[in-house]
Design a binder for this molecule. Structure first.
Ligand SMILES: Nc1ncnc2c1ncn2[C@@H]1O[C@H](COP(=O)(O)OP(=O)(O)OP(=O)(O)O)[C@@H](O)[C@H]1O
Ligand SMILES: [Mg+2]
Ligand SMILES: [Zn+2]
Length: 508
């Protein structure tokens, strides 16, 4: 049984390639040797690795083990091979698949109880790893800061061996760090509105939390005064923080649109843009003589809130289809075209019918079916299809508004959203996707494993509700986010059932 781990050795300020090769034989006397022109400090690695693995319950030392640090043509010393040797042993013993570390350089010193200690010379080794085409480096937490000076390579870190093993066994993924993906710090920002002001509305708030976590488009349908505008205004307070890349891209757009208050300002919070329903096509999409970005681009990485959605011009609603699909807009003007990012989360709010009370328990609707149908026809099927979640908001009774306690505060909700966001960062680290809602068909296949039970339910729903292919993918993507919020790797029955609700709850 054989295992191989990528490592490196620092000579001066240059890094050299070192392969840690591990061989465990099935026959022979137990032994554990390290060869390959190694100094004593490397030989001592044996005791640390043996003890650390034993303490985690891995007893692989009853067989002959040889570790070779190749090539053998230069002397090696130091303690940073420990972690690579431990992982190599677990590969050779069949606990970890060798594929998991093919693109990865591993370094770190182990203590006897399995803690990871930082090592010297990390910066040049990470630089070497990037230059030589490796995608990831695994290292001790103490070395993270230094490693982040190098961009465009994923850095995984922990302060203990157990976490690294869980990660490589795909049991619990570590969050990758990358200088371009780092979170822009916005924790101290005070938001004007907080979710704790919203009383009752548990189902509505839950749906909004899911939408915020997976950046799903959502439309709220409900009677006047039911709290739609109130809830939408509170969404910024629960959105996950911006990554550096998102911040940079959005800053550029705001700079072109002349929206930065000061030069050198970086956009640090997700935009929340709420255009008036009289806004024109050009205002929404962008254009004009200077081809300036429209509201869809200014809302990039944030929220575009269309309140009283059906009051917007039908044309305006239709032109939204393209950026919703492509996540960017191309504006043609005077013989040239400009493309701006338009990667926003759409929140729509509308009444269910002209009188506003269709499906509401507090008051009877006075509209005829024809009137209702005509009213809703403004929202075309293809546009609705692009909105992942459709929810019905019922008004909270007056007595309840007085007697009910405060709702959950935004900080608590945001913590759950951020956990789900971290899982997405880890999942999509090698693609240019940020959120579950960005997944294409291929990504859905790769990242959305359904349990048999869940598959069964989805199949039945597909048949009985006659779901379009697009709606079908949206159900899975929303279910992915629901599973992420509860920290589940696979999508189960409850996740699919909840996700299906958000397609059929629009009081038809
Ligand atoms: N669940 C609630 N908890 C606390 N206050 C509420 C709640 N629902 C409504 N309100 C109060 O009612 C006001 C009106 O709500 P809001 O404007 O959000 O309703 P809306 O659904 O947007 O109505 P419209 O369809 O007329 O735009 C809020 O500003 C708030 O004071
Ligand atoms: Mg409103
Ligand atoms: Zn009505």
């Amino acid at each position: 049984m054989f295992g191989k781990v990528n490592s490196s050795y620092l000579l001066g300020i240059d890094s050299l390639k070192v392969d840690i090769e591990v061989d465990i034989s099935n026959q022979g006397m137990p032994q554990f040797s390290i060869v390959g022109l190694v100094e004593n400090s490397v030989k001592e690695s044996r005791e640390r690795v043996r003890s650390a693995l034993k303490n985690l319950g891995y007893n692989l030392f009853g067989k002959p083990i040889v570790i070779n640090l190749a090539p053998a043509d230069f002397r090696k010393e130091g303690t940073h091979f420990d972690l690579g040797i431990a992982i190599g042993l677990l590969i050779a013993a069949g606990y970890i698949d060798n594929k998991e570390v093919e693109d990865t350089v591993i370094l770190g010193e182990l203590s006897l109880d399995g803690k990871l200690r930082s090592v010297a010379g990390v910066l040049p080794i990470v630089e070497y790893s990037k230059k030589n085409g490796f995608k990831n480096v695994i290292l001790p937490s103490g070395n993270l800061k230094e490693a982040l000076f190098i961009d465009n390579i994923n850095i995984y870190h922990s302060d203990n061996l157990q976490d690294i093993i869980h990660h490589l066994k795909n049991e619990k993924l570590l969050i990758p760090h990358r200088s371009d993906m780092e979170i822009v710090d916005s924790y101290d920002i005070e938001y004007e509105h907080d979710f704790e002001d919203v009383k009752g509305q548990f189902a509505g708030c839950r749906a909004i939390e899911i939408a915020a976590a997976g950046r799903h488009n959502i439309i709220m349908i409900g009677s006047p005064g039911s709290g739609k505008t109130m809830m939408a205004k509170r969404v910024p307070s629960i959105l996950p923080p911006l990554t550096f890349n998102e911040s940079l891209e959005t800053t550029k757009i705001h700079s072109i649109a002349g929206l930065l208050r000061r030069q050198n300002d970086l956009v640090c919070t997700r935009p929340f843009i709420s255009p008036h329903h009289t806004a024109s096509n050009v205002a929404i999409i962008g254009g004009g003589s200077k081809a300036t970005p429209g509201q869809v681009s200014i809302a990039n990485a944030g929220v575009l809130f269309l309140d009283e959605m059906l009051e917007f011009d039908k044309n305006v609603l239709e032109v939204l289809r393209q950026p919703l699909e492509d996540r960017e807009v191309t504006i043609a003007r005077a013989g040239r075209t400009v493309t701006y990012p338009a990667n926003f989360m759409l929140i729509g709010a509308m009444n269910p019918c002209p009188c506003g009370y269709y499906g509401d328990s507090s008051k009877e609707c006075i509209c005829s079916r024809t009137v209702i149908d005509r009213y809703r026809a403004k929202l075309s099927g293809p546009l609705l299809d692009r909105i992942d979640m459709h929810i019905h908001i019922s008004s909270v009774a007056h007595d309840d508004l007085i007697s009910l306690n405060k709702g959950e505060n935004s900080k608590t909700i945001r913590e759950r959203v951020m956990k789900a966001h971290e899982l997405q960062i880890a999942r999509f680290v090698d693609s240019n996707i940020n959120f579950n809602s960005d997944m294409g068909e291929k990504d859905i296949k790769k990242f959305c494993k359904l349990t048999t039970e869940a598959e069964d339910i989805l199949y039945k729903a597909l048949k009985s509700y006659n779901l379009s292919a697009r709606a079908y993918s949206k159900v899975i993507k929303t279910a992915r986010t629901i599973a992420d919020i509860s920290g589940d790797m696979d999508i189960g029955k409850t996740h699919i059932l909840e996700s299906l609700q958000y397609r059929f709850n629009d009081a038809n």
